[in-house]
Design a protein around this ligand. Sequence first.
Ligand SMILES: *Cc1c(COP(=O)(O)O)cnc(C)c1O
Length: 409
Amino acid sequence: MKDSFAGSFTQQEPIPDEAIAAAVAVMRSGRLHRYNLAPGEAGEVALLEQEFAAFTGARYCLAVASGGYAIATALRALGVGPGDRVLTNAFTLAPVPGAIAGLGAEPVLVETTEALVIDLDDLRRKIAASGARVLLLSHMRGHICDMEALTGLCDAAGVRVVEDCAHTMGARWNGVASGRHGAIGCYSTQTYKHLNSGEGGLLISDDAEAMARAVLLSGSYMLYDRHRAAPPPEAFERIRLEVPNISGRMDNLRAAILRVQLRSLPERCVAWNARYRVIEQGLRNLPGLRLIDRPEAEEFVGSSFQFLLPGWAPEAVRRVVAGCAARGVELKWFGAPEPVGYTSRYDSWRYCRGPELPRTDAVLAGLLDMRLPLTFSVQDCALVARIIAQEVRAAHDAAGREPAGAARG
Ligand SMILES: *Cc1c(COP(=O)(O)O)cnc(C)c1O
């Protein structure tokens, strides 16, 4: 009998007891709004901002209502407005182009490499062709491109970079925290990311003017002096009556549970990577399967796993997905023609106009993805890898026997 897996790919760990106690204390106080403070009280949101700034090494930090809100606010803070073009990865999730479209701006999608990162040659071409002044760089699924090459290219062209770090909180490139290479770094604390407050987001930056704008945009009124990781009051003086209030603050309840979780984030990143490496090891040297290269400079957080079945016919990929699903292993296929769950493809975002992206199409056609929640043990991951390996082998062999569906891995 074939073995199968019973774990849930969407089950995160429970909120720690200490975080629950901190949340209860906020509720007992009745002061859930970030600016509702007792005399001498800093408030959970301001403390979270201070602690997250210290964690990443950034000068300033702002906590907001969601990751998508963080991205939109970062773009607005850099002056993006209606009709502006904003470069972004074609391989990303829907809230990324959505944040651009939500400003009335126009996403310009950039090709994807086999390492699942932005294609720098295509980026260079599209900077020149589009005249865009901002790149929204998505570290999709935790894969970080050559950040020295990217920032060199963007600096030379006068393009400012907003980093979408929804999948790289806790990651580094050459020792520098992800989110610290561009002008502003954005994070999500939504349930499926590295910290869990249900919904939530964070921005970091060293740019005093941009962050003063972001604080005002988030709905600070004239209470910005209650922040502890915001620019000094001078940064607000000139702009405070010009920047619209687009309410999207974080509340003390969420911040309270995030502060406790942030303390154990480094250990949790180690736990994710132990699981990632077990899957990677289990899928090595399989016919037709290509693992994603992880560069030495990239200290990633393996909270999800991707692999490629390059050149496989769609029927053969479907056979792998169905075979794994029947045994409890949920693989998401980014090459499926219709968007399912979170696997939205760039061509299903009809509000993004633009040329075909053949390189991205070829990558997505063979791209499979799964989450690795920390509720899986290392042994669970070994079983998951064994199931995938058996199903890939079976589909590869079957395709070899059926000339029409041959897998050309
Ligand atoms: C989740 C996610 C976001 C948006 O975060 P929300 O908090 O859900 O708004 C942005 N980019 C990527 C790549 C994401 O996965």
